[in-house]
Design a protein around this ligand. Structure first.
Ligand code: ATP
Ligand code: MG
Length: 412
């Protein structure tokens, strides 16, 4: 393998642990070598609650992936998500005192350091600093102020805060699995990396990952993330509702949901019937499909409504030309885009990860966006990561924006 760097994206989900190994070749492009998944253990609401159990699941999926790829991985990029993540809008102002009042990249970094300086609540730490834009002498909306003249530089950034405890547990597991060289990345950013194009980020898009126990959200406006959030609810809550209300085991409820569930009642025909398997060898029974939707729709509507409410409370409004994009296993339920469209009053679509070189087509599926995005985010940091979404704009951002994206730090 003519590669400079082999690395692994690791999505430690509440239901599945997914590992993708990729290599960045000398010409800077990313090649996916393999993707493996195993049911996860010891993770609840996207957070490790049992280190030993999680370590066991992580180790087995990593071993399988390394075996399949025929390589030993040194660098792991793991995802962080869930409701403990908080995005804080922050500004950093500095005076320019260089010769000729010309703004340098060092001024940019200083202003971002100021934006990162605020009191943190206990257990909080800065996971990422996501640059939005700059103002020079009150003129706002500037993306690249280097070499501009001015007296006052203001940076605007979305500072992403994580839970020290949760992230330390993830780091601990990775260390015990043999990885001292690991980096944590916000899952929402990973999703966006392989699902959203430059135009969608520019026009405004709400990207939602419906997992099993958590739903993550990231909002882009003007090309940059302006909000991150989420709720501790997901597809498994729908399964639990079906199991409880139909009095069935969870495995049966999961099967019914995946095969016959629809979360948008208006799209279900009144006459449609579904087969409900019975336990103990009893013959299956028939049930109107709409009755199943009456169980599923309220929970899915609750998830979307809570996210929408969150946006309203935080004052995130404006144009969203890119609409709502749904990813994660929970987005696979029929009717999800129709329901999202009705609740958010925006067009909605399912997001598929881009066809990265080497990626088997079976993984072009909304369940794999996070793991592939983690891999790609590392490739881009290393200067590679070609993709079909970039329209040439990004590459013109040359060294400055690469430096800024490297400023999107992980400080655990
Ligand atoms: N075809 C399908 N129809 C409906 N739901 C589905 C389908 N396939 C998977 N799901 C649901 O997707 C959820 C799992 O999604 P995913 O694999 O993205 O979760 P995860 O990453 O392990 O968990 P989390 O992100 O919450 O930590 C489960 O609730 C599962 O029932
Ligand atoms: Mg997930």
């Amino acid at each position: 393998m003519a590669s400079e760097k082999v690395m692994m994206g690791l999505d430690i989900g509440s239901s599945w642990i997914r590992a993708a190994i990729g290599s960045i070749s000398k010409d800077g492009s990313l090649m996916v070598d393999t993707l493996c998944e195993r049911p996860s253990d010891g993770v609840r609401n996207g957070v490790i609650v049992n280190v030993e159990q999680t370590l066991k699941s992580i180790s087995s999926v990593i071993q399988e992936a390394e075996l399949q790829a025929g390589v030993e991985v040194q660098t792991v990029i793991a995802g962080v998500g869930g409701s403990s993540i908080e995005g804080r809008q922050s500004e950093g102002v500095i005076g320019i005192n260089t010769k000729g009042l010309e703004i340098t990249s060092s001024d940019i970094f200083k202003s971002l350091e100021v934006a990162r300086t605020f009191e943190l609540a206990q257990d909080r730490f800065i996971l990422h600093t996501l640059v939005q834009d700059f103002s020079v002498d009150g003129k706002s909306g500037i993306k690249d102020p280097v070499n501009m003249s001015g007296h006052r530089l203001e940076s605007r950034a979305l500072v992403v805060l994580g839970s020290q405890t949760n992230c330390s547990n993830t780091k601990k597991c990775l260390q015990r699995a043999g990885f001292n060289n690991s980096r944590l990345v916000l899952e929402q950013l990973a999703d966006a990396e392989v699902v959203l194009g430059t135009d969608e980020k520019e026009m405004g898009t709400v990207l939602i990952n419906i997992g099993s126990n958590i739903t993550n959200m990231i909002v882009y406006q003007g090309g940059s993330p302006c909000y991150v959030g989420g709720v501790d609810l997901g597809g498994n809550n729908v399964t639990n509702d079906i199991a409880f209300l139909l009095n069935k085991p969870k495995t049966t409820a999961e099967q019914i949901k995946c095969e016959s569930g629809n979360c948008f009642i208006p799209s279900v025909k009144q006459e449609d019937k579904i087969i409900i398997p019975q336990v103990g060898g009893l013959p299956s029974i028939q049930m109107p499909k709409v009755e199943l939707s009456k169980i599923i729709e309220p929970r899915m509507a609750e998830i979307f409504s809570l996210l929408k409410q969150d946006l309203e409370i935080k004052g995130i409004r404006g144009n969203f030309g890119g609409g709502v994009v749904l990813v994660g296993g929970g987005s696979l339920i029929s009717g999800a885009t129709e329901l999202a469209n009705e609740i958010f009053r925006m067009q909605a679509r399912i997001g598929f990860p881009e066809a990265l070189p080497g990626l088997d087509r079976t993984y072009i599926d909304p369940r794999y966006t996070t793991v592939l995005g983690l891999l790609k985010s590392e490739a881009r940091r290393s200067g590679g990561g070609s993709n079909r979404h970039s329209n040439g704009k990004d590459s013109s951002k040359s060294g400055f924006f690469r430096k800024l994206s490297n400023f999107i730090k992980t400080v655990v």
